[in-house]
Design a protein around this ligand. Sequence first.
Ligand code: SAM
Length: 214
Amino acid sequence: MKASVLHPDVARYLLDHCTRPDPLLEELTAETLAATGDSAGMQISPDQGRFLTMITQLVAPEVAVEVGTFTGYSSVCIARGLSGGRLHCFDVSEEWTAIARSYWERAGLTDRITLTLGPAADTLAAFDQPVDLAFLDADKPGYPAYYELLVERLRPGGLLMVDNTLWSGRVADPADEAATTVTIREFNDLVTADPRVTTVLLPLADGLTMIRKN
Ligand SMILES: C[S@@+](CC[C@H](N)C(=O)[O-])C[C@H]1O[C@@H](n2cnc3c(N)ncnc32)[C@H](O)[C@@H]1O
């Protein structure tokens, strides 16, 4: 099961009481495990997927952005929630996003998704549209730079969701000085202190921060 700060029994109960993924997403999970091995742990969890679809339906974005696509689970969930808008996906991996592309095709979502390959700091800097909804789930050292680029582009009232912000709960352990723990802890402090936004850190999966631009 995906990292969660909840007791494993509670985490299982929670998953059992979210609407189950459909067979296509189940297949994507299995194919991701077979194709990527240990990296499959990067995939978002089914409850997060449901949450992303629901939030997308509520926000009804014209322009949605995803930084960190991997094999496509979160992008399928966001794109399924769109009602006429477009999802712009950013990733560096041709190999992993080839799997994503095949599932967009099978899910009938190809016409509402654009994929741009390259380092997200560059591709986001070149992206010049106002953003209504964004999901950040890429390399953790890049979070502060991606955050700045995304907040600059968010329209007032726009929403940014950031994954892994509890880092298995390690951010709350002052004795944990591992590089990624420190990076995420500093990132969380940066967001909390930013007067441009209002933020809530949810204990969903590995921590999901909801950031609304004021
Ligand atoms: C945690 S995974 C994303 C998981 C995905 N959201 C899902 O639901 O399966 C992180 C992704 O970030 C991508 N990535 C890593 N460094 C990057 C960079 N500098 N720019 C853009 N994407 C990057 C990786 O290729 C990987 O696909």
